[in-house]
Ligand binder design. Structure first.
Ligand code: SF4
Length: 310
C-alpha cells in the first residue's frame, strides 16, 4: 500500500519548518482525548524519504521540479529558509533507529544549511533509546523533542490511557535533556475534569518541575468527536471544566512550577487566554496578567470558542 502523506500537525514553534513525513499516525494511538486515537501507524520506506530529500535539494539548488513528487515538497520548499525540519507524524522517533540515522545523515549531506531537526516523541520512544543512541541523533542535528506529558497526575494518565506513568515521563524527559536534546513539554488544562482539576494542576506542576524542560506549553482540552473522552462527556461520566477554571489551573501550574529556566507559554490556539514568559524570572508578571482576567470574569476577554483550534 503506498504511503499516504499525513496532514500537517505540528507544534506552533515549527511553523517555518519543512515537514518531512517518516510515519503517519501514532504508535501509541490509545490516548482518550487525541485526534490520533485509533490511527494506524504507517512507516514510510527510508528510500522514499531519501528521494524526497533529493528532490527538495535539487529544487533548492536549481529550481528543478519532479512531476512525480508531491506538490507539498515544492509548496513548502518555496518559502523555506532551510534552517529547520520537522519530522512527521505523531511520533516519528518510533522510526527504526538505523534507518532514522541514515535518513538524518542523508538530510545533513544533501541540505547542510539545516540547523535543527525536530520531532514529536512519546516517553516510550525516548525510553526505548539508549543514551548513546540519543546522542547520535543529536549529533545528526535532531535537536528538539516535543513530548506530551498531558498531566502529572497518575490517575489522569491512567484514565486517558497514556501508557506511561509520571515517573516514566520524568525519566524520559531527563534522558533527552542529558543527551543534549532540547525538550519541549506540553500539558493539557482540563484533562482531570471538574473533580480532578486541583490535583491535575498541582501534580502537573510537580512533574514539570522534576523534568525541568527548556520549554513548556499549556493547551486546553478540546473534546474531539470519535474519541473516548468525547463520548464520556456526552454520557455525563466526564465533566469538562469551565474556561475560567482552565485559567485557574494555569495559575496553579505557574505558581507551583519550580523551573530553573523554562520558557512557558499558553499561546496555543486551544487556550482561552495567552500568557507567556520565562519562569521563574517572569512569574509575577504572568500571574498578574492572569489575575486581571480572573478578577473580572468577563467572558468577552477570552478567546471565543469558534476561534479556538486543536
Ligand atoms: S497524545 Fe501523543 S501519544 Fe497519545 S495518541 Fe496522541 S499523538 Fe499519540
Amino acid at each position: 500500500m503506498p504511503f499516504e502523506r499525513p496532514e500537517i500537525i505540528r507544534p506552533p514553534s515549527e511553523w517555518k519548518s519543512y515537514f518531512l513525513p517518516l510515519t503517519s499516525g501514532c504508535s501509541n494511538n490509545t490516548c482518550a482525548f487525541c485526534n490520533y486515537y485509533g490511527s494506524k501507524l504507517r512507516v514510510r520506506k527510508a528510500e522514499e524519504v531519501k528521494e524526497e530529500i533529493d528532490a527538495l535539494a535539487r529544487y533548492l539548488k536549481a529550481g528543478i521540479q519532479m512531476p512525480s513528487m508531491h506538490y507539498l515538497v515544492y509548496a513548502v520548499g518555496r518559502s523555506w529558509d532551510q534552517k529547520r525540519v520537522f519530522l512527521q507524524d505523531g511520533d516519528a522517533l518510533v522510526y527504526p533507529f538505523p534507518k532514522l540515522v541514515s535518513i538524518l545523515a542523508h538530510l545533513n549531506e544533501k541540505i547542510p544549511a539545516v540547523e535543527r531537526i525536530g520531532t514529536y516523541a512519546t516517553a516510550q520512544d525516548i525510553l526505548r533509546r539508549s543514551p548513546e543512541e540519543l546522542k547520535t541523533l543529536r549529533d545528526l542535528k535532531l535537536g528538539i523533542f516535543y513530548m506530551g506529558l498531558e498531566s502529572g497526575d497518575d490517575e489522569v494518565l491512567q484514565k486517558i490511557n497514556k501508557g506511561v506513568d509520571a515517573r516514566q515521563m520524568i525519566e524520559a524527559g531527563r534522558k533527552a535533556k542529558e543527551a543534549g536534546i532540547v525538550l519541549s513539554v506540553t500539558v493539557i488544562l482540563g484533562l482531570g475534569g471538574v473533580a480532578g482539576s486541583e490535583k491535575h494542576a498541582l501534580e502537573t506542576a510537580r512533574v514539570l518541575s522534576e523534568i525541568d524542560p527548556d520549554y513548556a506549553g499549556a493547551l486546553t482540552l478540546t473534546l474531539v468527536p470519535g474519541t473516548p473522552l468525547y463520548e464520556q462527556a456526552q454520557e455525563g461520566s466526564f465533566h469538562p471544566i469551565s474556561p475560567f477554571r482552565s485559567l485557574e489551573e494555569l495559575k496553579i501550574i505557574i505558581e507551583n512550577a519550580g523551573f530553573s529556566n523554562c520558557f512557558f507559554s499558553s499561546m496555543h490556539a486551544s487556550n482561552y487566554f495567552s500568557v507567556r514568559g520565562r519562569l521563574p524570572a517572569e512569574r509575577e508578571r504572568m500571574l498578574d496578567e492572569l489575575a486581571r482576567i480572573l478578577n473580572r470574569r468577563d467572558p468577552s476577554l477570552l478567546r471565543p470558542d469558534f476561534l479556538r483550534g486543536l
